[in-house]
Design a protein around this ligand. Structure first.
Ligand SMILES: [Zn+2]
Length: 231
């Protein structure tokens, strides 16, 4: 019966900092509309002119990976927008592990994923033919350009894990530990796909290198209790 509402007190904090790399072309879209004055029709998302993967997109990717993986292993999984389930969890003070990590309307998130920025500002354009969805035909004058980040670009990565003891020694009585370990493992081995054109292999990102640092609170101050390499 885990009640994960423990934010009255910060007990333990792990910071994960490292580098992501995209193995295939990547575009986090900005919808159909390119920014005003953009030379392309479908542009890469940027903040202050730097290509960016929003932390919220990474968090959504992590959540859907864990939902699909653990649904088949007897974990009690539901979509985040299942309001009825979310209300029941809060009423019974019994949250599922996925909400215990990512939060829901009634529960704050136990991870914080920061925006990830490309370390170099490099893109390429691909010209495609726009197909009329309704008739399956090429639209008149239907050439358009798509912008992508080329493969093998490095991105900074940072994620905080709050009040879940995954390091220095994992607390396996907390079921969320196994989920977070599996997320970090897949991100550093097979990788996960994000953004546009996933069906043709675009957007595969991997954790290239990362370090963890864990702190506990002592007399109101963060005290480092361990650090190490993840990869
Ligand atoms: Zn839940």
């Amino acid at each position: 019966m885990p009640d994960y509402r423990d934010f009255d007190k910060l007990n333990i904090l792990t910071k994960i900092e490292g580098t992501l790399i995209n193995n295939t072309p990547l575009r986090i879209g900005v919808g159909r509309e390119a920014p005003l004055g953009s030379p392309v029709d479908v542009a890469v998302y940027r903040v202050n002119n730097q290509p960016c993967i929003p932390g919220s997109s990474l968090k959504g990717l992590f959540r859907s990976f864990l939902e699909s993986t653990f649904a088949s292993e007897g974990y009690n999984v539901h979509p985040p927008y299942d309001d009825k389930r979310v209300e029941e969890e809060a009423k019974n003070a019994d949250f599922c592990e996925i909400c215990g990590i990512f939060g829901n309307n009634e529960l704050a998130s136990h991870i914080r994923v920061y925006d990830s920025y490309a370390k170099v500002n490099l893109t390429f354009q691909k010209t495609g033919i726009s197909i009329d969805r309704e008739f399956g035909s090429v639209k008149p004058g239907g050439l358009f350009t798509e912008e992508f980040i080329p493969p093998n670009i490095e991105w900074n990565f940072r994620m905080d894990i709050i009040n879940v003891r995954i390091y220095p020694e994992p607390d396996f009585s907390d079921k969320r530990v196994k989920l977070l370990q599996s997320l970090i493992r897949v991100l550093s081995t097979d990788g996960l796909s994000i953004g546009s054109r996933k069906s043709v292999g675009a957007g595969l990102i991997k954790l290239k290198e990362a370090k963890w640092t864990t702190y506990v609170i002592e007399k109101g101050l963060l005290k480092e209790v361990g650090k190490g390499d993840i990869l």
